[in-house]
Design a protein around this ligand. Sequence first.
Ligand SMILES: *Cc1c(COP(=O)(O)O)cnc(C)c1O
Length: 427
Amino acid sequence: MTSPDTKKRLPRKDLPADAHIETLAVREGLPATQWNENSEALFLTSSFNHPDAATAAARFANEEEAFVYTRFTNPTTMMFERRLAALEGTEACIATSSGMSAILLTVMALLKAGDHIVCSQSVFGSTITLLQNQFGKFGVETTFVSQTDVQQWRDAIQPNTKLLLAETPSNPLTEVCDIRALADVAHAAGALLAVDNCFCTPALQKPVEMGADLIIHSGTKYLDGQGRVLAGAVCGPDAIINGPLMTTLRGGGMTLSPFNAWIVLKGLETLSIRMAAQSANALKLAQWLEQQPGVDKVYYPGLPSHPQHELAMKQQNGSGGAVVSFTTKPASGPITVTGKNLGDDALRLRQAAFHVIDSTRLCSITSNLGDTKTLITHPSSTSHGRLSEEQRLAAGITQGMIRVAVGLEHIDDLTADLARGLDTLNA
Ligand SMILES: *Cc1c(COP(=O)(O)O)cnc(C)c1O
């Protein structure tokens, strides 16, 4: 097994101790090989050779640090891990094959049958399914609580609570939870706080500075940033990451492929400028949407009208992020769309939302996010389509809601793309 400090023994690049996030994003990693390549090398190899049998034995006994087998050690993957840990400000990071496998790894490594999790009810849909159905099967129980009501988190704590899991801002309503307050609740109970930092990334939000213990990522989103590969990661203290998580990854094999690691590694280089540009675009789009007669309500933490605007500005480096949701006003005239168990009012909202989405020519109609291309989706019939209409309405997700994951196109082209449908809503 890998002992907690083994990864520290492999050489790192020599960087100034006070280097900024933009510098770390392009420089942190391993030193170049003997060929002195400038761009980070892609090591597509399953295993690594040993000079002799005695050395192999020492490496397997963890007496000597070396790359052994790509299921748990690979130089390209390690460069991504070191770089992301540097950006998040944590001691260590472990890469996984997807965002979901990062959550799977975390819970599998740190909890056992009889343990308890408190989780926001507004986290990513597959996270709810994984905790409730899969881990429920193995005797790990989860209580789901309000994204914004800290008292509900406190009240849900049990003697066997080991983990609190939050995701902020939430999808698609962009509700913001108070990371510091949740860290205090977790630590008072002797539990850990894990934060899914997918929506903000370390370019906008560093949960560890607000007391979070573990940072979870879907690298599929902004870390890659160009919608190419699935990837995930968990960042945190060396004793946890290179302790129980490494042991579980070695046995469970939720490993990130070196090729995908290389893609996200290079994606990190432009993370800060992409997040800044896409967030600036999102703010302009949100402000424009608030002025449109066809729009009912805009959900964006960067707007003063957002209920957690002040908290978001404090927590998210003064930025609202790049995801904007809004609701349309209902369509008038004959109803032309269908939907299981939906009344006329809900169908009129769905009709309006479908019209706006179908009138776009630039935006991609897809439920992913974190791409340089702007992506548009109708949450209530896609990502939240398996919930009942009552569950959706309880969560605040109506048939009129549209989510826009804002990309790098010019803002005037984006507003024109949405105006086409909004302006003709009741024409
Ligand atoms: C997409 C997403 C995930 C899951 O990530 P995958 O890479 O698709 O497995 C988890 N959390 C959040 C917030 C996400 O947006």
